[in-house]
Design a protein around this ligand. Structure first.
Ligand SMILES: Cc1cc2nc3c(=O)[nH]c(=O)nc-3n(C[C@H](O)[C@H](O)[C@H](O)COP(=O)(O)O)c2cc1C
Length: 358
């Protein structure tokens, strides 16, 4: 029926280590919880007597056409959820007509994911490894495989303090290969999350963003921005897009929920770059709030993962279609025949405390 149902089904299926890794956040998980709650601190202001006999959820972000402004966030190690992993997710996203953003630390190569869903729209999420040759080879493979944008994640120079992983002793099992890590480590071995992030270059700076933006033939998005200051720097250094994100509450705990950080980023960018947001989007109405606050699209991480874990490719496709139909209905009931019709006037702050913050 809804994303929460898929979460329950996935929870029953996954082993404790994988579940903790997927569901968990950093520290006391304050931001993890607040990401979900913050969307509900806004109320919708629907407009009546608008012709909504035809509602079209389709949109275009940068040069990528999508059936809806809801896309699949980069999520690592998808083969832990389903034997077909990223290939199944790519086919589900293609079936839903939306973008899949493939993680650097995927359990399939960019070319394999491209082959699995040739008609799909794909973006590639990049972590810059300490070993530049490994990063370069990955980028080249993504470009050659028809990925349409690069999403550089900047909020993870070190792994967040994910205590669920410490408690379960989570490590990617030996029988699950992560091609990019094998290249970075020079061989295959079971790895913990800390060992993974030890391969990521913690010295990356804005100059590197500028170099990447000018050298890469694809548009560059910077993922993990939470402040007006960094949004400004991203635009100055050539970013075509910004993803307002706190990594699903998995990196620095006690930062702003994405919904709370979004308005200041939108105001700072003033239309100079595309703006996406992720974190805690669980309903079509959450996506409408994001659009009203100025986002061009949202990404969903865990919802797609719950779908994949609960029912493989079909489960992930069901979650995406569920969100699309929820969005379509919410747009219709708001008097907005398309995502582009949603404006800042379609939301107001919810009085707190209220049922909306329950
Ligand atoms: C299990 C898991 C793995 C993730 N792996 C990555 C990753 O490899 N790269 C990245 O940029 N973000 C990663 N993220 C963060 C997501 O891209 C996204 O920011 C976050 O999941 C959005 O929050 P949501 O799960 O509440 O939708 C991961 C998130 C989860 C839950």
């Amino acid at each position: 029926m809804n994303v929460a149902d898929f979460e329950r089904l996935a929870t029953e299926k996954l082993d404790a280590g994988t579940l903790g890794y997927y569901a968990g956040g950093a520290g006391d998980e304050v931001t993890l919880r607040d990401n979900v709650a913050a969307w509900k601190r806004w109320q919708l202001r629907p407009r009546m007597l608008v012709d909504v006999s035809e509602v079209n959820t389709a949109t275009k972000v940068l040069e990528t056409e999508a059936s809806m402004p809801i896309m699949v966030a980069p999520v690592a190690f998808q083969r832990l959820a389903d034997p077909e992993g990223e290939q199944a997710m790519a086919r589900a996203a293609a079936a839903a007509g939306t973008v899949m953003c493939l993680s650097t630390i995927a359990t399939a190569r960019p070319s394999e994911v491209a082959q699995a869903a040739p008609g799909g729209r794909r973006w590639f999420q990049l972590y810059c490894f300490r070993d530049e040759a490994v990063t370069r080879a990955l980028l080249d493979e993504a470009v050659d495989s028809g990925f349409e944008a690069i999403v550089l994640t900047v909020d993870a120079p070190h792994a967040g303090r994910r205590e669920r992983d410490f408690r379960t002793g989570f490590a990617v099992p030996a029988d699950v290969t992560v091609p990019s890590l094998d290249a970075a480590l020079g061989g295959h071995q079971p790895v913990t999350v800390h060992e993974v992030f030890a391969q990521v270059d913690p010295s990356l700076g804005w100059e590197d963003v500028g170099d990447l933006a000018s050298e890469c033939s694809l548009p560059l998005l910077v993922k993990g921005v939470l402040t007006a200051e960094d949004a400004e720097l991203a635009v100055e250094h050539g970013a075509a897009g910004i993803v307002v994100s706190n990594h699903g509450g998995r990196q620095l705990d006690c930062v702003a929920a994405s919904a709370d950080a979004l308005p200041e980023v939108v105001d700072a960018v003033e239309g100079r770059a595309a703006i996406l947001v992720d974190g805690g989007v669980r309903r079509g109405t959450d996506a409408v709030v994001a659009l009203a606050l100025g986002a061009d699209a949202v990404l969903v991480g865990r919802p797609a993962l719950w779908g994949l874990a609960a029912g493989g490719e079909a489960g992930a496709a069901q979650v995406l279609e569920l969100l699309r139909s929820e969005l379509e209905l919410a747009l219709a009931l708001c008097g907005c025949p398309s995502p582009g019709e949603v404006t800042r006037k379609h939301v107001q702050r919810a009085p707190a405390p209220s049922v909306y913050s329950a």
